[in-house]
Design a protein around this ligand. Structure first.
Ligand SMILES: NC(=O)c1ccc[n+]([C@@H]2O[C@H](COP(=O)([O-])OP(=O)(O)OC[C@H]3O[C@@H](n4cnc5c(N)ncnc54)[C@H](O)[C@@H]3O)[C@@H](O)[C@H]2O)c1
Length: 370
């Protein structure tokens, strides 16, 4: 029998999950939920879903679901996940898993106790290009693996950290085989961030509707330490206009570099290789595009663009079918959020923050309370 899927939250990213479920063999998208009837009906009409709800508790009670995608803003991921776990439904939560580790721990615990899977949707690590880059690193194709750099799209850093930083941390965790520590500097309007600079994400970033909880800073420089002395560097700056094509890892090895960056016109990822360990403007080394066979991007007879949620949705669906844990399940689901907390912990203590963090409280709310 096919798997029965549902989605809570019918905004932007829900289309990507709905397309993924609709495109997978033996999976049926049977129910949708949104508090806004217009958003609910638009998405349900688009995918011909007749079971429509404005209350997720009612949906979980009335529907027999194998998996639910949680596509609301971050503060609601916890309540929806815990209710789904209580109803015995596997959960694929959009990122970030939550806005704080205490709540995320409760989500992991609720799913563990209920015997259901919980994964977070960081789709990049599952894509063929990311898998290929990792194979190159592991086979020594770029020599000794040294570092990975990521730059934000240009929104205020405190907002961007929760929105895109979690993706970057997950990809660094993937390429570096684990993150051991985080060291960060956070500034706001040119000064080092203090408690007085802590604010809600909607106050810091007025150009994005998403609720990322309490945040701080417009600029961040983040250094991550991985296994075998490798480093990750994340730079988040405010700049206009936003430039999505800057996203994607730049990987340095002792004998070469790799980049996976979206094409500025199509938005589709491309992998590039350069046989030098550094670049200089006056001696521009040659960059070569690495093309993968097209069939690598085919799932159940359909060709998929890179960075689509299909890659994380498929891992969850396969995990259920194969009776195994999802790749980004359990404690692994916490790593990218641990790094967000570690950024603020490191900034305020002026020291490295080691993972996993002992203090699970939200690092900013805790400081406001103190
Ligand atoms: N993985 C990715 O690449 C990716 C990309 C974009 C967004 N996201 C994440 O997806 C999440 C949603 O982002 P979005 O851009 O789709 O937001 P959005 O604002 O477009 O959609 C959110 C939807 O949730 C609905 N909602 C609010 N409260 C609800 C409730 N109680 N029950 C049911 N529905 C409710 C809203 O009405 C809205 O339609 C965020 O956490 C965001 O970070 C991930």
């Amino acid at each position: 029998m096919g798997l029965r899927a549902g989605i809570v939250g019918c905004g932007g990213i829900s289309r990507s999950h709905a397309t993924a479920y609709a495109g997978l063999k033996d999976v049926e998208l049977v129910a949708l939920c949104d508090i806004q009837p217009a958003a609910l009906n638009a998405r349900a009409d688009e995918y011909a879903v007749s079971n429509r709800y404005t209350d997720f508790l009612e949906m979980f009670e009335k529907e027999t679901l194998d998996v639910v995608s949680v596509c609301t803003h971050a503060p609601l991921h916890g309540p929806v996940t815990i209710a789904a776990a209580d109803a015995g439904i596997n959960v694929l939560s959009e990122k970030p898993l939550s806005t704080d580790l205490e709540n995320a721990d409760q989500m992991v615990m609720a799913c563990k106790q209920a015997g259901v899977r919980l994964a977070v949707s960081h789709q990049y690590r599952f894509t063929p290009l990311f898998r290929h880059a990792k194979e190159w690193i592991e086979s020594g194709r770029i020599g000794e693996f040294r570092s990975i750099r990521e730059v934000g799209k240009g929104r205020e850093a405190g907002f961007e950290l929760m929105e895109m930083g979690v993706h970057y941390f997950d990809e660094m965790d993937f390429f570096m085989d684990g993150i051991e520590w985080v060291h960060a500097q956070v500034t706001y309007k040119g000064h080092s961030v203090g408690v007085e600079d802590i604010m809600h994400s909607s106050e810091l970033c007025k150009t994005d509707r998403r609720d990322n909880g309490m945040v701080a800073g417009d600029t961040m420089l983040i250094h991550l330490g991985g296994k075998r002395g490798t480093s990750g560097l994340v730079e988040l700056y405010r700049r206009e206009p936003l430039q999505g094509w800057m996203m994607g890892p730049h990987i340095l090895g002792s004998e070469g570099q790799l980049m996976i960056k979206p094409n500025a016109n199509t938005g589709i990822d491309e992998m590039w290789y350069c046989p030098f360990d550094v670049s200089f403007a006056a001696h521009t080394p040659q960059w070569e595009r690495i093309l993968l066979p097209e069939e690598i991007f085919v799932i159940d007879g359909q060709q998929w663009e890179d960075r689509h949620s299909i890659w994380s949705v498929r891992d969850m669906v396969n995990a259920i079918r194969e009776n195994r844990g999802p790749e980004l399940g359990g404690l692994k689901a916490l790593t990218s959020l641990e790094c967000v907390s570690a950024v603020y912990e490191s900034h305020f203590t002026e020291a490295r923050a080691y993972l996993p963090l002992e203090d699970r409280r939200h690092p900013l709310i805790k400081r406001l309370a103190e």
